[in-house]
Design a protein around this ligand. Sequence first.
Ligand SMILES: Nc1ncnc2c1ncn2[C@@H]1O[C@H](COP(=O)(O)OP(=O)(O)OP(=O)(O)O)[C@@H](O)[C@H]1O
Ligand SMILES: [Mg+2]
Length: 365
Amino acid sequence: MREPAALPDPNLYVMVLENIDRGVIAMDRKGVITLVNPAGEAFLGVSLRNCLGKHFHDLFAGQQTLLYMINIALEKGRTISDDEGVLLQRPRQKPLPIGIYAAPIFSRQEGQEGAVLIIRDLSRVQELEGSLRRADRLSMLGTLAAGLAHEIKNPLGGVKGAAQLLAKELPAESDLQEYTRVMVREVERINGIIEGLMDLGNPRPAEMGEVNLSKILGDIILLQQEAARGQNITFSLLVDPSIPPILGDEGMLTRLFLNLIKNARESLEHEGRITVESKVSSDFHLNSPGGRPSPIVIVKVSDNGTGIPAEELDRIFTPYFTTKVKGSGLGLAICQKIIEDHRGLLKISSSPGEGTEVTVSLPLR
Ligand SMILES: Nc1ncnc2c1ncn2[C@@H]1O[C@H](COP(=O)(O)OP(=O)(O)OP(=O)(O)O)[C@@H](O)[C@H]1O
Ligand SMILES: [Mg+2]
């Protein structure tokens, strides 16, 4: 029989456990918790002191799936895993979507010593999936609507031309002149909506180049400040000067942040605060399927405006969903598309009455 290999330094085991991003929770044969690594503490939302010595039944009280899986590992000595559909309930924190792996622990001499539970945080993965679902829905709707938009644009041009002719024919002082102006103005409004829609369904290909994000953000804020003149709105721009130029389409990125900052401004009723913050994320990378990981830039646009009710959060990306009298409801749908073209991610969190925070992550290269 082969000699067991010499064990590495126990300090190394400790270091590995302390540095991995999986929660590791071990228990003895009776189910009493004997080890929780720092990631485990963070996921559980319970300090090490409050876990050690507790029975797993108490630590996971009421969490049937987890209890069932631990039982299989501990009592049956079998390994079991579940990579979807488990929500970890935590005191005073949102439930966390997790992947779980539960396995028996065997020692070299004594047989089964207990069980270990390994927990993976799936919230990022689920965000990514949510973003992909939105993108899918959008591209279907977009294709359909763009075809329709094209058909509407031509007769619309005819209506506008006729209204302009009519204006010429009518005496300048005629009361009816006002009607022709309304016609032209409204036709132009429909045209604007339709152009937005056509962009969405059949956008021009992105022209990638080096883009200075800080400059774009600075210019937009300058314009928005101008538009909000006379209102009591404070704009703050906190840019990280170390952000290198990112690879992107300048026009599209301008449109993206303009839409977001405009939404923030529109959520305020004449007074409030808008903060735009950019930084390079030092600790995580956005992986595109099959692509190489790249450092990412994070831009946060936050306001202390009306906020978005929870039941609307899922609908705000749907084209034409708007709660505004003059809104087209295409702003966020367009943002989603632009972000997708840049292989980025968009996340919105909002508390009604308190405000909204939109986080855009874009790969640097
Ligand atoms: N920062 C925000 N605060 C509060 N509500 C928001 C915010 N951003 C978006 N919303 C909500 O999401 C809806 C959809 O936004 P979206 O930008 O797609 O369209 P819109 O702003 O209504 O119209 P458009 O952008 O075409 O002028 C808005 O009508 C609003 O209800
Ligand atoms: Mg908008």
